[in-house]
Structures are given as C-alpha cells and as structure tokens.
Design a protein around this ligand. Sequence first.
Ligand SMILES: Cc1cc2nc3c(=O)[nH]c(=O)nc-3n(C[C@H](O)[C@H](O)[C@H](O)COP(=O)(O)O)c2cc1C
Length: 352
Amino acid sequence: MKQMYYASRFARPLSKADLQEIQDSAHRNNDKWEITGFLVSLGNTFFQVLEGPAATVDRLYYERIVPDERHEDVLCLKTELDVQERMFPGWKMKVFNLNEATESLPFAFRQILTSLVESHRAIAEYTQPSILKMLEQGISPTSVRPRRECVTVLYSDIIGFSRFAEHLAPRDLIGLVNSHAEVCSTHIAANNGQVNKLTGDGVLAYFPGLTSDDALEASLAILAEMARRRTTAGETSPHRYLYVGVGLAHGLVFEGNVGSPLKRDFTILGNTVNLAARIESLTRDLNVRLNIDESVVLSAKREHPFKSLGKHQLKGQSKALELYTLGSLSSLDIGEVYQSIEDFVARYPEQG
Ligand SMILES: Cc1cc2nc3c(=O)[nH]c(=O)nc-3n(C[C@H](O)[C@H](O)[C@H](O)COP(=O)(O)O)c2cc1C
C-alpha cells in the first residue's frame, strides 16, 4: 500500500459547491478503488493525503487529480511505500474546510500546515530535482551513500561577467544571471540533465549515462536561445550583450553528500567536473561558443558535426587533450564581444 501527501493551490476562487463536487466524486470513486484519506482546504490551498493500493493511488493522482483544472502547482510533499496499515481506514475522503472553522485548534493547525507547505515550496525551488525526488519518495538525502557515476558534465558561464558586475545596477545584473540560469535549466531538464549548482554567473549540470548526446543537444539549445534573446532584447538592454561559453567533459564523477551538518551539499566532484570548467574557460582563447573534450566525441552515439580545435595542454591535466567544437555553430570573435561589453558599460549610466 502507498501513502501520498501533496499540496496544491486553487486555480480560481472555489465556492462551497465546487468543494462539494470534489467531495462527491471522491466519495463516488474512492470506495470502489479502495482509497482512503482526507482533504483539507484552507485559504487557497489544498492539502491531501491519499492511501491505498500503490498502482491505484498513482493512477488517481497522476491521471485525475494532477490534471484537474480546479487547482494548480501540485506539489508532492511525501510518498511512503510498503505501508502496512491504513491511517484513515474509515475515511473514503474526509473533507475539512478550515476556512469555515471558528475554533482555535483549526487556526493553529492552519498555521502549521501553511508554513509546512510554504517551506516545502521554497525547498522545491532552491533544491536540485534529484534531491526533491528523494524527499518525495520519503528518502532522506543525507542517508544516500556516495557513488561513482559516468556522466557528461556541462559548465556554462557568462562572458565578461566581471565587467557587468562592476557597472550594472543590482537589478540588471541579477536579470542577466537569471536569464542565463533560466535558459540553461530549461534546456538541461528538457534533455534529461540535472542542474547541480548555480555558481553565480555559472551553471554546473550533468547528464547521467554513457552517451553525451543529450548534453550536446542541450548545449546547442542553450546557445540558440541565448542568441535569440540577444537579438530580441531592447536597444539599451544589457541582454543584448549576454554571451555565454559552454564546456563539456565526459567521464566518471563522484556523487554524494559533502560538507557538514551546518552546510551540506549533494554534489558531483572529480576530474571531469574540473575539466568541464577548464574547457569552458578556454572558449575565450579559441573563439568558440562550445568547447568539448575528446571523451565527449567518443561517447556520442548520434551524428554531430565535430570540428577539431587541436591539442591543448590544460592546467592540472597530465596529458594534452584534443578539443573540439561543433561545426554547425558560428565562431565567436571574443575580442568583438568584449569590446561591445566595454562600449555598453561605458554608456550604461546614462541609460540606466
Ligand atoms: C484537490 C482535489 C482532490 C481530489 N481528490 C479526489 C479523490 O480523492 N478521488 C477522486 O476520485 N477524485 C478526486 N478529485 C477529483 C478528480 O480530479 C476528478 O475530477 C474525479 O476523479 C472525476 O471523477 P468522475 O469521473 O467520477 O466524475 C480531486 C480533485 C481535486 C481538485
């Protein structure tokens, strides 16, 4: 048996009749599906516990409840598998409308529930998807053993960021960082990758598995979207000058918890991570938007127009590495990019 806890927000103001309708369909269906639990409505938030046979709970949750247009932002708080005994055997779905309750106990309960849901929403935004998945599955991330994994590491970084940081108003600077992070996160997730860390103006991500194809596709999508944003940005916007370099390296990394109880991080580390960052920084010297190492080329399964950039001795690496880019990408005149940033920041105060 499975138990699932989730919270959601009303998609629109819901009347008593709306809540009654939800209760009626829950009572109609849950009995025959052997689902029990309760549903709390407070403010504009639902909080529901479902329990029953695992496959049935999943079907009800993913196929009916999540797509229901009466609510949105459905956030799974916790899942427990192999539950031996129901917590609410007599409730085929007991509905509590705490907005109507006047006694003080529901008020206290409401405060606790609201803060729990709010803090979980904040955690969901700040944490990486793999941690969230563990929390949703009822696994404590601190108990996960470190392991070695074969991945492709992607590191993307804003070109000329220190010049922007010296001159731009905080709002504009954060705007650049957020735009880069948003583009990267979107295309990394769409290509089965995980953002591991936002390092200020940099994004560190990884793509699990033996092939580097997803990382290559994500890199192309990121670079294309950044170029599109540059051309559609307003005349005086710093986004017109937002260029990034992307580095890819493929190999083994260690994944696990590092730090202390005061500050813990579930992260990847190892030579492949350092290499991706080093290779990224070389985009400036090689006038390319994307710089990849030989192991990425060797692990690609699909056709990609790889173009050699020659052998290079990188700091911290025992032997010279052959580096590549993709021939489908136009080269980047890094001198011109830096000059355009210089011209922009020199004009910036008048525009700001
Ligand atoms: C917050 C919320 C909780 C719900 N809980 C249940 C539930 O426990 N069981 C159920 O069958 N439907 C539930 N529903 C309704 C389903 O989304 C869906 O409308 C319903 O299952 C359709 O039932 P019907 O085909 O019998 O009309 C819920 C909807 C919302 C918005």
